[in-house]
Structure formats: structure tokens, C-alpha cells
Design a protein around this ligand. Structure first.
Ligand code: TNX
Length: 485
């Protein structure tokens, strides 16, 4: 999961992982060794084997990870996994492919491989096979809203673990909204002191220091996941306005906000100091973000005129560009004049995002009725909202992003992203309940060729993952549409 492009059971003798095994990598490549070490961290506790990461090619019973730059057909994220009776070999053109290959290998072992205590049963056997695999879309993301409710660094890492297991490669983190500002900005300390002090429902909120943010970025990067930071503007910005009231136009006295209304706040687009402030914020975050993107939100603005909004977006686009990043915004930004390098994130309509195409801007597909992980599964689901509809498993799985929108074709989109808004969820247990099993379903929408996807086949395969989620401590929704074993 997601289903590989090709999988051939060769019918040969199976492979059994033994306590003498090692994970072999080519000498002189520390990055590959780190991927091997992450695989070892999964395999060691349950097997109880030492599984050293070794550069000695003579070790028997090996799992070998090897970069092959000449295997161009594998692309930036593809891999080939070959299991024979005496070895497991993962080959990829690039390092991301090796990592994805290790996630496939992990899933080929019995579920108990995820156990924390060593166990001698079952035997650690793999069928002889060859898998050649690569993703359909380059952009396979998920967004976590840490603004409405704060999530600790450890919780964020658990979410990244879930994404990595299903080969997602982009983690969009919604760092500021009306209810909370979650990232330290050294030039404007009140953003976190004041703006970070609460959350929906009035709890204590919280924020990440820049060092903690860098730690999240590194954790994600080790798993070949790019972090995209979002500071939502010009609306969804009350937390900044209470910290620095001079940034508002002064229509409404700012106060801490712990409700769930949207669209009421706006940074003043007509004051020069607003852009000085945003330049500082975007500059500091850009400097600690290795990925090429900065997300400016841009959604649900009710307090500005169209003209004010468009001018604001165009100015901010220049600021983002000046700091060396490509801008991303929710679909509303397509009303403004965009650069071709800007990405537009579709979420609500099929007309606004289509406008982006005329600027040459590519689209990230996040249609609410299919991809919003914060929607309820059914009318009785305790958590979640329902404005975009109810999304049980078949609805999440059975659709094609490239035929979803009129006037937008496959070449207009970079891929898909599943947002998890956190108005109704206050910790990772609640987040997992909404994300699992829908996020694995959407991961397959993003990875597997459309022609190879089949709902009935998917239902059967996803059912086998429940024991893994239990061992990993991932809460999940027991959808009645899945034949759980
Ligand atoms: C709409 S999607 C929003 C968010 C809410 C979400 C709840 C988008 C760009 N804006 O502010 O949290 O609905 O589902």
C-alpha cells in the first residue's frame, strides 16, 4: 500500500531474514547509510537481530540498498525491489527511491515486524518477487493544521511517520491562523508570546522554536518528505493582530479568538508596515526551510475588497520570490495576477483554480468532498466537520484527480494533497482517527496508476494493515466498508 506499478511473484524459494543478516550499502554514501539505518530501526526491535549497516559486500543473507544513477527509467522516486532466497536488493536512481523501497519491504514482512519487543514467531519470511515501482504524481502531500489546536513536535513526527509509511512526500504545516501563531519569529517575539497562547476551545496553545521547526524539517527530510510552511494571510490572521494591533486597519479591536468562525480578520493591506512585518516573517521562515516553497494561505477573505485582495497577493508574491521561494496559495489567489512559478491549491470550486492555468501556474488538487480529512466519515462520527460532505472509504478512494475538474488536465497539476484541519481534534490520537485509513487511500490515489486501482482489491489490502496500525499506536476508524480480519 500503495499498490506498486508491477509486482511479479517469481515462484522461487522464499527469503528468510536471519540473525546473521546485515544491511549492505555502498561505501562512501552517508545518506544511503542513513536510509539503511532507518530501516534497521524498524527491523531490529521485533527481530532482536543486530542487523548492522555494513559496506562489506560479502555478508550473506543481506538486504542491499544501492544507488544506480543509470537507471533513469526509475525516475526521481522509483525503485526496484528484488527478493530471492539469499538476498533482498533495492535499487533506485535517487535516494528517495531507496527510501520508498524500504517502506515496501517493511510491508512485505508479517505485521509483527512493527512490534517493539523481540519475538521469534512468525518466521521473518518474504516471497521471492520483483517489484518495479514509481509514483503517478510528483506531489503527494498532506497538511496538518497545528494552529486551531497545537500539536507537539513528537505528535508531528508521528504524523510524518504515517505519511512516510505510505510514500507521501510533502508535509504542509499550517502554522498560523486566527486562533494561534505557532512558529517563533525572532524579530517579532509577541507573535508566539501572545498569539501562541491559546487555541480553539481556550486551551493553552503552544508554538515551535525555530530550532524545533528545524528538527521537524530534518525528521521529514530523512524520510524524503519536503516541508511546506504556511502562514495564512491576509485573513485567518487574528493571532498576529492581537500580538501587534498596529497591523490591523482598526475596524475591529483585536482580542484572543478561540472559536471556529472564518474570514473575519485581515492584516491591513493599505499600511506599509504590514509588508515590512510580512517581509520579516517570510524571510525568517524561508531561511530555515530548505524546500523551495512558501504557502501564504490567501483563503476565505471577507474583510477586504477584491481590489485590495489582489494587490495584496501580488505584493506578497514578490516578497516570497525575493526570499528565494515559490509561492503557494489556496485557490482564491488565482483572482490575482500570478507568476507561472506559483502553485494554486484547489479546495472548493472547479472554476477558480482553472484560472490559474492561464498564468501557467500548476495546481495542487485538494478537493474538499474527496480529500478533506477533517470531514466526518458518516453522520455519527464524533469528530470532524461536514460542510464538504461525508467521506467514507469508497468516496476517498474511488475517483480520478485528472478528470475531477473541468478545464484542468493532468499536465496542469503537480499532484494531490490531503488537508487535516484541526478545529475538532486536539491531539494526535484524534488526528489519526480522521487520517487513518483515509490517508493511505489517498496515498494510493496519488501513487498508483489509475488503471491499476480497484476499490474491491483496495478494501481487501487495506484490511490487512489494521494489525500494523495497532502495533504502531496509530488510532484508526473501523470503517464498515472494509472487511477487517
Ligand atoms: C476551510 S480549506 C478552510 C479552513 C477550515 C476548513 C475546515 C481552506 C482553505 N480554508 O480555514 O479549517 O475549511 O474544513
Amino acid at each position: 500500500m500503495p499498490l506498486p506499478v508491477t509486482l511479479n511473484l517469481t515462484g522461487g524459494e522464499p527469503f528468510t531474514l536471519k540473525d546473521s543478516a546485515a544491511i549492505v550499502v555502498d561505501a562512501g554514501n552517508d545518506d544511503v547509510a542513513r536510509t539503511a539505518e532507518l530501516l534497521a530501526l524498524v527491523l531490529r526491535p521485533s527481530t532482536g537481530y543486530a542487523l548492522p549497516v555494513s559496506t562489506s559486500p560479502s555478508v550473506r543473507g543481506v538486504i542491499a540498498l544501492r544507488l544506480a544513477p543509470d537507471r533513469t527509467a526509475l525516475g526521481a522516486e522509483g525503485y526496484e525491489l528484488t527478493v530471492t532466497s539469499d538476498s533482498v536488493r533495492i535499487v533506485a536512481k535517487e535516494r528517495a527511491g531507496l527510501f520508498h523501497g524500504t517502506q515496501t519491504l517493511r510491508q512485505l514482512f508479517p505485521a509483527q515486524i512493527e512490534q517493539q519487543l523481540a519475538t521469534s514467531s512468525p518466521a521473518w519470511m518474504l516471497p521471492a518477487l520483483t517489484i518495479v515501482d514509481q509514483p503517478r504524481f510528483a506531489w503527494r502531500g498532506s497538511m496538518l493544521d497545528v494552529a486551531r489546536h497545537f500539536f507537539t513536535v513528537d505528535e508531528v513526527k508521528q504524523y510524518i511517520d504515517l505519511m512516510a509509511l505510505y510514500k507521501l512526500n510533502t508535509f504542509h504545516i499550517h502554522l498560523a491562523d486566527d486562533q494561534g501563531w505557532r512558529i517563533e519569529i525572532k524579530s517579532h517575539p509577541k507573535l508566539t508570546e501572545v498569539g501562541g497562547s491559546t487555541q480553539v476551545g481556550g486551551g493553552p496553545g503552544g508554538f515551535y522554536t525555530q530550532a524545533q521547526y528545524a528538527d521537524i524539517v530534518k525528521y521529514a527530510a530523512d524520510r524524503f518528505i519536503m516541508v511546506v510552511p504556511e502562514i495564512d494571510m491576509p485573513a485567518h490572521i487574528n493571532a498576529a493582530l492581537i500580538s501587534y494591533p498596529e497591523l490591523s486597519c482598526g475596524q475591529r479591536p483585536p482580542a484572543l479568538y478561540t472559536g471556529t468562525e472564518v474570514g473575519f480578520s485581515a492584516i491591513c493591506p493599505d499600511k506599509e508596515e504590514s509588508y515590512t512585518f510580512l517581509n520579516d516573517v517570510i524571510g525568517e521562515i524561508a531561511a530555515i526551510t530548505p524546500g523551495p516553497y512558501f504557502h501564504i494561505g490567501g483563503d476565505e477573505v471577507k474583510a477586504l475588497t477584491t481590489e485590495q485582495y489582489n494587490k495584496f497577493i501580488e505584493r506578497v508574491q514578490d516578497i516570497v520570490t525575493k526570499h528565494g521561494k515559490r509561492m503557494i496559495g489556496w485557490e482564491e489567489i488565482a483572482h490575482a495576477q500570478l507568476k507561472a512559478s506559483t502553485l494554486v491549491q484547489q479546495w472548493q470550486t472547479d472554476t477558480v483554480a482553472a484560472k490559474a492555468v492561464k498564468y501557467g501556474s500548476k495546481i495542487i488538487m485538494s478537493p474538499g468532498p474527496r480529500m478533506y480529512l477533517d470531514m466526518k466519515y458518516n453522520p455519527e462520527t464524533e469528530l470532524g466537520l461536514r460542510w464538504a460532505g461525508l467521506i467514507d472509504m469508497q468516496t476517498a478512494y474511488e475517483w480520478d484527480p485528472t478528470t475531477y475538474m473541468k478545464g484542468v488536465s493532468e499536465t496542469d497539476m503537480v499532484g494531490i494533497e490531503a488537508p487535516l484541519w484541526s478545529e475538532t481534534i486536539r491531539n494526535i490520537t484524534a488526528a489519526m482517527f480522521l487520517a487513518v485509513p483515509r490517508l493511505p487511500a489517498l496515498a494510493e490515489v496519488g501513487w498508483t496508476p489509475q488503471a491499476a486501482r480497484n476499490w474491491n482489491d483496495f478494501r481487501r489490502r487495506i484490511a490487512a494493515h489494521a494489525p500494523r496500525w495497532n502495533l504502531l499506536g496509530f488510532n484508526f476508524y473501523e470503517s464498515p466498508q472494509i472487511p477487517w480480519q
